[in-house]
Design a protein around this ligand. Structure first.
Ligand SMILES: C[S@@+](CC[C@H](N)C(=O)[O-])C[C@H]1O[C@@H](n2cnc3c(N)ncnc32)[C@H](O)[C@@H]1O
Length: 302
């Protein structure tokens, strides 16, 4: 008769997890993104629901929260989306054809003339894997890792002059490939994707923020900026998720307008280091809000 496996002590289990993490390192965002949430994760962990079914992130950007979630639960089923076609193509290529993406990425180099030549390329002439490598290359070598396009949808961020940027971080890309293996990754407007969420799913919403002033906030991720009408449509979506029994959490700037829109929900204040401002002396701690449609008892421990 087969013997049951002997019980493993907590210390041994921890050692095994650490050993497997040494072999399979955890993924972090593969692109730097305006509004990226890496620095806020330490404030967010206590705000996430302790348990949920599927995970939805409809304003994916760099996906810092997704990569955190999948590190905690490698079997997580996720639905990830963004309106940025190039970004979503990149994630799908990393998930489905990473070897080809890496092959193309290795051809790129941190050189000003090469950067402007690649930036000017007509992407309709490129394969999906070449487009993914182009996006990662431009992101690693452009000024501040920004993604910004002009009215024609052409990437227009200047060269970044970094000494030695890691253009092809093969270890992290392979970790991201593993992290994405159970994710459905879609180009879509937030409303279309969130409509698929069901009771018990967790939806984390990180839209372009409501500007603090007419000039302060960065909303140029895609050709269409995110205006007040969109903020109103978003609060309607938040209410629908609540009615369906989904867990919903939303990040935004701390303005009277946003507090009024979400009046009645739990509003937590968190502080972020402002990263996007052309004037270095204007960078500093800025209050933001995290809005929840559930109570905090039983949320994830830090
Ligand atoms: C604040 S960023 C998300 C940052 C992300 N949480 C991170 O950690 O990097 C907002 C994202 O929303 C996307 N976006 C803007 N308008 C959208 C829309 N109407 N529907 C879906 N995504 C949209 C942008 O392309 C951008 O990637």
């Amino acid at each position: 008769m087969a013997k049951p496996f002997p019980a493993v002590s907590a210390a041994t289990a921890r050692q095994r997890t650490e050993a497997s993490r040494a072999i399979y390192p955890l993924a972090s965002p593969i692109v730097k993104w305006a509004g990226g949430k890496t620095q806020l994760l330490k404030h967010y962990t206590r705000l996430f629901p302790a348990e949920f079914n599927r995970y939805f992130e409809p304003f994916l950007g760099g996906g810092a929260v997704f990569f955190h979630m999948v590190a905690k639960n490698p079997n997580l089923k996720a639905v990830l989306s963004d309106s940025n076609v190039e970004l979503i193509n990149c994630y799908n290529m990393v998930k489905n054809d990473l070897a080809t993406v890496i092959r193309h990425l290795k051809k790129h180099r941190n050189d000003k003339h090469h950067f402007y030549r690649v930036r000017a390329m007509d992407i309709s002439d490129l394969t999906p894997a070449e487009r993914a490598a182009r996006l990662i290359f431009l992101n690693k070598t452009c000024f501040n890792g920004l993604y910004r396009v002009n009215r024609k949808g052409q990437f227009n961020v200047p060269f970044g002059r970094y000494d030695n940027p890691k253009i092809c971080d093969e270890i992290n890309l392979r970790a991201a490939e593993r992290a994405l293996c159970n994710a459905k990754i879609i180009t879509a407007n937030f409303e279309a994707v969130v409509a698929q969420a069901r009771k018990g799913d967790f939806v984390y919403l990180d839209p372009p923020y409501q500007p603090l002033s007419t000039t302060s906030s960065f909303t140029g991720y895609t050709r269409n900026s995110f205006g007040s009408d969109d903020q109103v449509r978003l609060v309607e979506v938040f209410q629908k998720l609540t009615d369906k029994g989904c867990y919903a959490m939303l990040s935004n700037s701390d303005t009277p307008y946003i507090r009024e829109l979400y009046d009645g929900f739990l509003i937590e204040t968190v502080y972020a280091n402002r990263a996007i401002n052309s004037k270095a002396d204007k960078r500093g701690r800025v209050a933001e809000v995290a809005i929840l449609n559930y109570s905090l008892s039983g949320s994830e421990d830090i």
